[in-house]
Design a protein around this ligand. Sequence first.
Ligand SMILES: Nc1ncnc2c1ncn2[C@@H]1O[C@H](COP(=O)(O)OP(=O)(O)OP(=O)(O)O)[C@@H](O)[C@H]1O
Length: 261
Amino acid sequence: MHQSSSAFRCRNVSASYQQGSAAIFEGIDFDVEPGEFVSLLGGSGVGKTTLLRVLGGLHPAGKGSDVRFSGESFTRPPDRVVMVFQNYAASLLPWRTVEKNVRLGLEGTMPSGEQRERALAALDMVGLASNTHYYPRQLSGGMQQRVQIARALVMDPLALLMDEPFGALDAMTKATLQDALLGIQRQTGMTVVFVTHDLDEAIYLSDRILVLAGSPAGVAKELTVDLPRDRDQVTTKADPRYLRLRQEIYAIMHGSRVGGT
Ligand SMILES: Nc1ncnc2c1ncn2[C@@H]1O[C@H](COP(=O)(O)OP(=O)(O)OP(=O)(O)O)[C@@H](O)[C@H]1O
């Protein structure tokens, strides 16, 4: 898996659900650099999922929008841009083993041996190398979400678009998967755009955070997370810079100012 000149570029991006109806968001401008981890953070209904779907070519951007991946505009999902959804349980096929679920996207594109090799490599990355023959019903929620991530990784993505992938997991499992994701990103160099409404999760994972707010929504704030990489659930979250960012973002999301900055 390799890094290339892939990145998102958004200018004046808007979207709505019906022609002529009010925009969910408008005037959105941002770039995502190759290998960067960017979170879209905001309250429920602000439009995070819709924006992610626009980046993934699954929802049309409004008139006058300019959305590009690797310098190219698109109207369908760009090659090697892969989505990971929150609802992992519903998207695994119960009659297929873990390995067969992961191979799904490769079928018909390469010989069986190669599919298997790639599936096993992806499962190894998410820590499921010894569970390849399990069926989804034999897996915990966290393991099912690991399978989903492996299913995305097997496509050799340049960019992963993740929609609250850990939203339904307990705190412990969530923390473990956050660290697994950071490890995978370091290893692959892929670009990640991550939707969450959990500000701690956004700070812990990201290089940069875009806070969406308003109706129609816009980018209320763009913050660089100046915390060292090699993050750790305990020490990173005790870092004064982490706490300052947390305070600042909380104030933006709750419409008040904290600390007078
Ligand atoms: N299929 C749809 N048809 C019509 N309106 C929709 C559709 N999907 C979402 N919306 C509306 O678009 C707005 C943004 O929804 P979206 O799911 O993008 O927000 P979100 O920030 O991801 O919310 P959440 O955090 O609750 O998932 C909401 O007002 C929602 O009601």
